[in-house]
Design a binder for this molecule. Structure first.
Ligand code: FES
Length: 128
């Protein structure tokens, strides 16, 4: 009955877009070749500065519940302080037992001086 066709543009936001991208810290908060833990919502992340490249992983060791930020960083490998298991930081791959399950990685985006993490993607940029 009405010729009044209002052109409503539905606000369609695709799922997974920008939903879980969070600023973690300033790059300067993590000294070169060191790691620091940050609470992000209900997760605890370990953020690494390895030779000026930044990486983020879960902070909790997959073997038990030790904080990897308390471990020893040797190049690209983080050794857990609890039982000396180890992971390759850029990929999360296990490098030493007793760890058997890979470490969850997160995609890091550098924005200006900030370290920003996409909680929905792994370091390779895949949805995870
Ligand atoms: S808790 Fe990390 S190696 Fe056991």
């Amino acid at each position: 009955m009405s010729g009044n066709m209002s052109e409503k543009t539905p606000e369609k936001m695709p799922d997974n877009v920008a939903a879980n991208i969070v600023r973690i810290c300033a790059q300067s908060e993590i000294a070169p070749d060191s790691v620091k833990a940050f609470e992000v919502g209900d997760r605890q992340l370990a953020v690494f500065n390895i030779g000026g490249r930044f990486y983020a992983t879960d902070d909790e060791c997959t073997h038990a519940s030790a904080s990897l930020a308390d471990g020893m960083l040797d190049g690209e490998v983080i050794e857990c302080a609890m039982h000396m298991g180890a992971f390759h930081v850029p990929t999360g791959e296990v490098k030493a037992p007793p760890c058997a399950v890979a470490l969850r990685t997160y995609k890091v985006i550098l924005e200006g001086n900030d370290v920003v993490v996409d909680l929905d993607r792994n370091a390779a940029g895949e949805l995870a």
